[in-house]
Design a protein around this ligand. Sequence first.
Ligand SMILES: Cc1cc2nc3c(=O)[nH]c(=O)nc-3n(C[C@H](O)[C@H](O)[C@H](O)COP(=O)(O)OP(=O)(O)OC[C@H]3O[C@@H](n4cnc5c(N)ncnc54)[C@H](O)[C@@H]3O)c2cc1C
Length: 355
Amino acid sequence: MQQSEAMYDVAVVGQGIAGSLLSWFLKQAGMKVLVIDESHMGSSSAVAAGIVNPVTGKSFVPSWNIGLFLPFALKTYREMESNLGISLVKEVNIIRSLYSIKDENTWFARSDDPVVGMYIRDRADVSEFEGKVRPPYSYGETQGTFQVDLALLMENLKIKWLSSGNYLESKFDHNSLEFRDEGFYYQGIKFRKVVFCEGYRAKENKFFPGLGMGPSKGEVLLVKIPGANFRKMYKDQIFIVHQYNDIYWVGSGYQWNAPDDLPTPAIRQKLESQLSAILTIPYEVVGHKAAIRPTMHTRRPIFAEHSEYKGMYLFNGLGTKGTSIGPLAACQISDYLAGVSDFPPLFAALSRIQG
Ligand SMILES: Cc1cc2nc3c(=O)[nH]c(=O)nc-3n(C[C@H](O)[C@H](O)[C@H](O)COP(=O)(O)OP(=O)(O)OC[C@H]3O[C@@H](n4cnc5c(N)ncnc54)[C@H](O)[C@@H]3O)c2cc1C
């Protein structure tokens, strides 16, 4: 079949942050793209806070490749903002509770790392939290960090793709996909390539069984804290992140191999008791959400080509860090699919590491 006969160059199945970013870069590369998504059903991106945090975990470990991912992510989201005419990014520091002198020493020792050092402030300024939280032993503060409104990004990109005929709002049925003449046929639509970006629901994808996924569920409260006026993100056992007016995102914890992606009373209670341990001012819970992160056992993203069906791919495994890893990963995959570069260097390097 001639390429000119194909209706679309690439179909992207799933429009979480992975599918959103991939379709964005493919369109920029001049490809004709069809995005297929089932109303963001079970989307992890729609529940995420969209925080980009260069130091994570109890030992403040530098996030993988953060020096590479963070500047590229910020540039990408800023470009999307100006193209879509919306505000997506809040550049805000993270205030981090330190519980002991050992914690404090570890935190400041991280400043010696030439990359991480750029994101750690010499002294934390916690004035906006004074009198409103119970102070821990001391604080650290990151700078150059930011938060992205992923739900707003997805919603606006969906509207844009719908208006240009690049969107099909539907559940993708894998059994209806046919492979003929080096192209794909799906319910009367033709495309040369297909990329599955289905988040944790990739476990239902019969073309890529045994991916090595270890999905982790997270739950979130939306909380009204009148008069708090927190603008920096606050990280203790949980994150407190300003959304709008007096509303804050509070979460989120990890639950492995959860049976479903529904909010549970037990986790709500746990989040409330963690929040009560932090705040000295009143709050009111106004919402409760849950979702499952597409986490791999390797803790690394994955881009794979089907061994038999040429042109069939999977992009997944953004885990806990879709906001920071997603843009560069999607850009490299797009370059590869558009034929302007070899196999995405990020994933080629990963396959070498994983042997
Ligand atoms: C509580 C919580 C907090 C988080 N906080 C952060 C954070 O602060 N920073 C950060 O970087 N990351 C965070 N994450 C992780 C982040 O959400 C993920 O890395 C990222 O969202 C994964 O994006 P994705 O596009 O791969 O998957 P998803 O967002 O899950 O998207 C998958 C999409 O595929 C669609 N789909 C699946 N199957 C089909 C089908 N058969 N047909 C049609 N459509 C289909 C779904 O409808 C969905 O829209 C958090 C996650 C959770 C759960």
